[in-house]
Each structure stands twice: as structure tokens, then as C-alpha cells.
Design a protein around this ligand. Structure first.
Ligand code: MN
Ligand code: MN
Length: 472
């Protein structure tokens, strides 16, 4: 046995640096000069999410910006050369951007997928009613929400209505300060004795998330439902809508406030719907600004993740699969051969470790704000149920990507085992025989009307996705 000699502090530090997997704040690892770029990117992001709050609006905005930087509608009959930029839109709720790579699809595609829907309150097909001389809208909430968080906050109406003769009308009401907004009322604490003794899940019923939309009756000395009549009269004068037309609409109620900086140091952005626009936005700019892309790259922005990716605008639809087949075909390769060689980053958020709720997290396997992008090997619920589990080999590829470009990254699992869990669209891409892993950023207060992310993490994701596209 060696003599037992106490090592000095310096030796211990050196050995720890070598052997420990320690995550540090991005600013401790990189030059403070990045702050200028970080802040510029954050301002562009804030503008984007203020402008595009629903899946239709995000798709419309991505399309507008993409066309501006030279993307053209995909046409299978055309001949494409490396560097050509194309897009394909599905039902105004999905958009795929592709850039033909130097090597085409020969070695598989580079894919980044993210979702553009966020939790909210959807109007029911027949929403308007009057009760006790107040006009209200019935809603059916969309996605996983804590219902109490959606009462007593300003809401705006966003959506599309298709009028009788087929004309489409896109409406946004309640975002500007000079127009009215809407809200769900809540019971005053003085009278909430019974409500406060209920579990959080039962305190507000889904059926009670009704939206206050008016109170002035139509001028008449007799008649019932005169407030409802007045509201319909206002809507009809302005938009030619009748009560029947609501059936042919998709109206969503979303928080009416804008993205704001949070903290004395403005480290954070608080906003509605970071999940998953804080990944979609960096994905879009990684496509635009990554100069050399060896393989044909595809960024796909998809709807319906928050309710299980079902239907023809969700990730389970065949839209992406067929688009990839077309891209393979124009490259002269067989889709069956190209998919298994492709690599995909499913860009979605993870739960940030929250000191207020630390008992719900495993500190070793949680992601932390300001510590960079989160690599999530798997998602799922108790016992990894429903998980897409990226292989050690593919993770090792991602490590190489991150290390080459000095990307700050960390691991993350969604909370403690048996505490719940969640899924992303990763598994639906992986089901196509494509190596897929979740990479995103940590979010505080996820799925609340005011989610919080770090500007440093947001910019780091843009860099990470760019590194992924640039790597052979
Ligand atoms: Mn998400
Ligand atoms: Mn989500």
C-alpha cells in the first residue's frame, strides 16, 4: 500500500476538472462579448413570438421570412442544385424548409423538428351564450394546463373563420392597447372557502373556463338574451359573422401580453408559448445562417404536439415522410436507404430545475437555466413508457458536434422518476428509422401563460443547431 499522503488543493481541483461532469453557467465558459449577440438574437425572438402566437401565425411568419431570404415553393418537377432553398406548407399549420446539401441526400438528411402549437383555450363550435345578463364564450382547453392559471389574466382572441361563401377571415382581437381584451373571471378569496379546500385540479372545472365577452344589452324595452344579441350585432356589423359561423372557425384564446425581460439583469424572457417557439425560432435561423450544409437539411415545424401529435397536421401524419421521399427522389436516392442514414434533432424544451419546487427534480439529471442546451436521451413516463430512447452511438455523435463548436450543453430528464413525465415528437421521427434525439432549452413555469427562459440558452440553441447542420 502507498503511503497515505494528503493531496494539496490544487491537485484536487485539477483531478476534479478532469474527472467530474460539471455544468457551468455559459458566461463563465465564454467571453462576455457574446452578450451583444445574445441580446440581439433575443430581441428578434421577442418580436417573432409577439407576432406569432398560434400555429397558423407561426407558419405564416416562417413562410414570410423564408421567402424573404430566398426559399421557393417546392416543385418536384424542377431540377435542384446544392444550395437551393425550398419550402412546403401543409394546411397552413405545418411548414417544412429544406436546403439542398453539397452531397444531397446521399448520406441521409439532417432534420430539425419542432412544434408550433402551445397550450391555450379554444372556443367551442357553439361558444356564445348569455347568463345573468353577461355574454360569455364556452371554451375547451387545449393541451396540458393548470386551469387556475388561466383565470383573471387578459386574453386575446386569435384565429380563422371561414364565412359562408368560402372567404377566410383571420382575426386577432385584444393584442393592441386600444382594443378590448377578454378574460375568465375567478371567485374572490372572501367567498372562496369551499373552492380553496378543493384540490388544485378541481378548484376550476374545464367547463367553467368561460370567457367574459360583453354586458351591454341591445336597445329594446323587452326581449331575452339582449346582451348576446348586442354582441352578435357588433360582430356582424364588423365581420359579417352570425352565430352559426362559429362552427366554421378555429378561435384560440391566448394570453394578451407581450414578451418581457425578467430580472434586474434582464437575464430572462417571460412570455406565452416559449414551448416550443423558443426552439422553432433558433431552428429557422440555424437553417438560414449555417453557411456550409453538407447534407440536405430539413427544418420541420409541426402542429398538434400538445395534444398527442394526432391528425393530418400532427407529427403522426405522413406529410414529412412523403416530403422526404420527394427530396430523396430528386437526389436520385431511394428513400428506404436514406432514412436509416438520416439524423434528427427534435428541438423541444425541457423542465428547468426550479429551486421553489426542488423536491420534484433529480438534481443530477435535471437541466438548469443558463447552463446551455439540454440533451435528453429519452422522454416518457414512469418506467420510460412511451419513450424515444436515443442510442449511445447517436449521443456520442452529438457530443462530437457540440465539442467541435464549443457548445455549452447539459443533460436533462423531465423531473423525478414516478413524478410524471412527458413526451415530444422525437418518437414519431424515430419510428421512421431515423436516429433522433431531443435537444432544447430549459423552461421555468412550463405550460403556464408566462413561461420563462434564459436568453443565453436561447442563443446557445441557435449555435447548437447550426453546428448540427454544419457537421458531416
Ligand atoms: Mn414542447
Ligand atoms: Mn409542451
Amino acid at each position: 500500500m502507498d503511503d497515505f499522503i494528503l493531496n494539496d488543493k490544487e491537485t484536487v481541483k485539477k483531478l476534479k476538472d478532469k474527472l467530474f461532469f460539471d455544468n457551468k453557467n455559459i458566461l463563465l465558459l465564454r467571453n462576455e462579448e457574446i452578450l451583444d449577440e445574445v441580446n440581439k438574437f433575443a430581441e428578434r425572438y421577442k418580436k417573432f413570438i409577439d407576432k406569432a402566437k398560434t400555429e397558423r401565425e407561426v407558419v405564416r411568419e416562417i413562410l414570410r421570412i423564408s421567402e424573404k431570404v430566398g426559399f421557393k415553393k417546392f416543385d418536384k418537377s424542377r431540377r435542384y442544385v446544392p444550395g437551393d432553398k425550398v419550402y412546403k406548407v401543409s394546411r397552413d399549420k405545418n411548414i417544412a424548409l429544406a436546403i439542398i446539401g453539397e452531397k444531397g441526400a446521399e448520406n441521409g438528411f439532417k432534420l430539425i423538428v419542432s412544434h408550433v402549437d402551445s397550450p391555450r383555450l379554444d372556443l367551442k363550435p357553439s361558444p356564445l351564450y348569455e347568463k345573468n345578463e353577461l355574454a360569455l364564450f364556452k371554451t375547451h382547453y387545449y393541451g396540458g394546463i393548470k386551469k387556475y392559471q388561466w383565470t383573471a389574466i387578459p386574453l386575446a382572441l386569435h384565429g380563422r373563420i371561414v364565412l359562408k361563401k368560402g372567404s377566410e377571415l383571420d382575426l386577432i382581437i385584444g393584442e393592441n392597447e386600444d382594443e378590448p381584451c377578454f378574460c375568465v373571471t375567478d371567485l374572490l378569496p372572501h367567498l372562496a372557502h369551499d373552492q380553496m379546500n378543493k384540490s388544485m385540479n378541481k378548484a376550476i372545472n374545464g367547463e367553467d373556463l368561460n370567457i367574459l365577452v360583453g354586458g351591454i344589452p341591445f336597445k329594446s324595452d323587452k326581449g331575452s338574451e339582449l346582451v348576446k344579441l348586442n354582441i352578435l350585432n357588433i360582430l356582424n356589423k364588423k365581420y359579417k359573422i352570425t352565430e352559426h359561423d362559429f362552427v366554421f372557425a378555429e378561435f384560440e384564446m391566448v394570453p394578451a401580453f407581450k414578451a418581457r425581460d425578467v430580472g434586474f439583469d434582464s437575464n430572462f424572457i417571460g412570455a406565452y408559448g416559449h414551448d416550443d417557439r423558443c426552439c422553432a425560432f433558433p431552428a429557422m435561423y440555424a437553417m438560414f445562417e449555417t453557411i456550409v450544409q453538407p447534407s440536405t437539411s430539413v427544418a420541420f415545424f409541426v402542429d398538434k404536439e400538445e395534444i398527442g401529435s394526432e391528425g393530418n397536421t400532427g407529427m403522426k401524419s405522413t406529410f414529412l415522410k412523403h416530403f422526404l421521399a420527394d427530396l430523396a427522389e430528386i437526389s436520385g436516392v431511394k428513400n428506404r436507404q436514406v432514412l436509416s442514414k438520416s439524423k434528427c434533432v427534435s428541438a423541444d424544451v425541457n423542465a428547468a430545475f426550479d429551486p421553489n419546487y426542488s423536491e420534484n427534480f433529480d438534481p443530477l439529471n435535471s437541466s438548469y437555466v443558463n447552463k446551455g442546451v439540454v440533451l435528453s436521451k429519452y422522454t416518457g413516463f414512469a418506467g420510460k413508457a412511451g419513450a424515444s430512447d436515443a442510442s449511445a452511438e447517436f449521443l456520442s455523435y452529438m457530443r462530437m458536434v457540440f465539442e467541435t463548436d464549443d457548445i455549452t450543453w447539459q443533460v436533462g430528464e423531465l423531473g423525478k422518476v414516478d413524478n410524471g413525465g412527458g413526451g415530444t415528437i422525437a418518437k414519431y421521427v424515430a419510428n421512421l428509422d431515423i436516429d433522433t434525439v431531443d435537444v432544447g432549452i430549459p423552461v421555468l413555469s412550463m405550460h403556464s401563460p408566462f413561461e420563462v427562459i434564459s436568453k443565453l440558452d436561447l442563443f446557445e440553441l441557435f449555435r447548437a443547431l447550426g453546428a448540427f447542420l454544419a457537421t458531416y
